[in-house]
Write a protein that binds this ligand. Structure first.
Ligand code: PMP
Length: 418
């Protein structure tokens, strides 16, 4: 007789689009979450070391209560006055440096990047965009066109003419220069925007080299374009040393896009820009978003900011991130399979290679280790153009005992590969 899990799998396969994927060879059927932990249908618990969306912990009571309280009272849209909306846009804007002070609220990272593209085009009256190789910026038509991760991947239709791709600034593998964006901006002949994550997630948890964004932003602005920081993966204290990852580069973008952790799992996103760009966009066409900025979403956004502050989660990202990186560097000294360990706060990557000289990617080993770690109760995933980078980006409540557990199990499995 089919188990409940097999039944779910079959029902899902029958009715859900076949382009959806599941994690792991033997998928996990999760029924409950708390802090950094997920529980399956048998009550077995898994350490979630991968999901950066439940930023302040799965099902945090302060966030859940905020949703429930506001949903019980009222949910409408931004065409009515509401205190939560005013409170939230003020508090969100206050986390960003001047002149980033004007907020738009949306429902996802993709919607945020879509709107950022519209803002940039309205401001510059141009169409062309520079992106970094292996980037992913969202699931809409316009954003698949800006995502080499997708348009050069399976099913992709290649690079569209209005898009310029610069090499991934991957310090470990090289093959780039700090002037690449400047070169692209000069040759583009009318660039509207440079889209860049402040640390690169799909490219394999790549930390930008010092000075990269400063040089790039100067060149893009000199060419008349605007600089868009995609902080969908990296924002809200994950960097540890700073609240926003772009701050580690000493720059101020013209537009910042937010998603994932902003609502701790509730569908929320935001775009923050300068008054000048906002004025260019205010050309007579109303901006309306049915769900973006509704009172329930604003209550959630406020609650997430409360928890980050009250529980000192940025500082935890700094301290636990350093501890984890130290532990991983120690593993790298003992396991030749680990070619590189890199990270900033709780945004960490481990690149596996067959040979440290040739850096031949150990992609099979990376996915095997991720499967084995799952069987041992630790959830991770792989990414990067060679699929050989193990990603660690846990909820920010991830603490030292969690790091110890991860390091101990990873040590045991890395040992199997000599
Ligand atoms: N930007 C980046 C950097 C992302 O990683 C993602 C999602 N993986 C998005 C944008 C799109 O966000 P969403 O899935 O919420 O639309």
């Amino acid at each position: 007789m089919a188990t409940r899990k097999q039944e779910l799998l079959a029902r899902r396969k029958r009715a859900l689009g076949p382009a959806y994927h599941l994690f792991y060879d033997d998928p996990v059927y999760v029924v409950r979450g708390e802090g950094c932990w997920l529980y399956d249908e048998t009550g077995r618990k898994y350490l979630d070391a991968y999901n950066n969306v439940p930023h302040v912990g799965h099902c945090h009571p302060h966030v859940v209560n905020a949703i429930a309280d506001q949903a019980r009272r009222l949910n409408t849209n931004t065409r009515y006055l509401h205190e939560h909306l005013a409170d939230y846009v003020e508090r969100l804007a206050a986390t960003l440096p001047a002149p980033l002070s004007v907020v738009y609220l949306v429902c996802s990272g993709s919607e945020a990047n879509e709107l950022a593209l519209r803002l940039a085009r309205a401001h510059t009256r141009r169409e062309q965009v520079i992106v970094v190789d292996t980037a992913y910026h969202g699931n809409t038509n316009a954003l698949i066109d800006l995502s080499p991760y997708k348009f050069n991947g399976p099913g992709g239709r290649g690079k569209p003419p209005h898009v310029h791709v610069v090499p991934t600034p991957d310090v470990y593998r090289g093959g780039f220069t700090i002037h690449d964006v400047g070169e692209a901006a000069r040759h583009a002949g009318g660039v509207a925007a440079f889209f860049c994550e402040s640390a690169l997630s799909c490219a394999g948890q790549v930390i930008l080299p010092p000075g990269y964004l400063r040089e790039a932003f100067d060149a893009v602005r000199a060419a008349g374009g605007v600089c868009i920081a995609d902080e969908v993966q990296t924002g809200f204290g994950r960097a540890g040393s700073h609240f926003w990852m772009f701050e580690t580069q000493g720059v101020v973008p013209d537009i910042v896009t937010l998603g994932k952790p902003i609502g701790n799992g509730h569908p929320l996103g935001a775009v923050i820009t300068t008054p000048a760009i906002a004025r260019s966009f205010d050309n007579g066409m109303e901006y309306f978003n049915t769900f973006g900025g509704n009172p329930v979403s604003c209550a959630v956004g406020l609650a997430v900011l409360d928890v980050i502050r009250d529980e000192g989660l940025q500082e935890n990202a700094r301290v636990t991130g350093e501890y984890l990186l130290d532990g991983l560097r120690d593993l790298a000294r003992r396991h030749p399979l680990i070619g590189d360990v890199r990270g900033q706060g709780l945004f960490v990557g481990i690149e596996l290679v067959h040979n440290r000289e040739t850096k031949e990617p150990a992609d099979r080993e990376a996915s095997e280790i991720v499967e084995r770690m799952k069987d041992a109760g630790i959830l991770l995933s792989t990414d990067g153009p060679h699929h050989n980078v193990i990603k660690i980006k846990p909820p920010l409540v991830f603490c030292k005992p969690d790091a110890d557990l991860l390091l101990r199990v990873l040590d045991a499995y890395a040992r199997l590969y000599g």
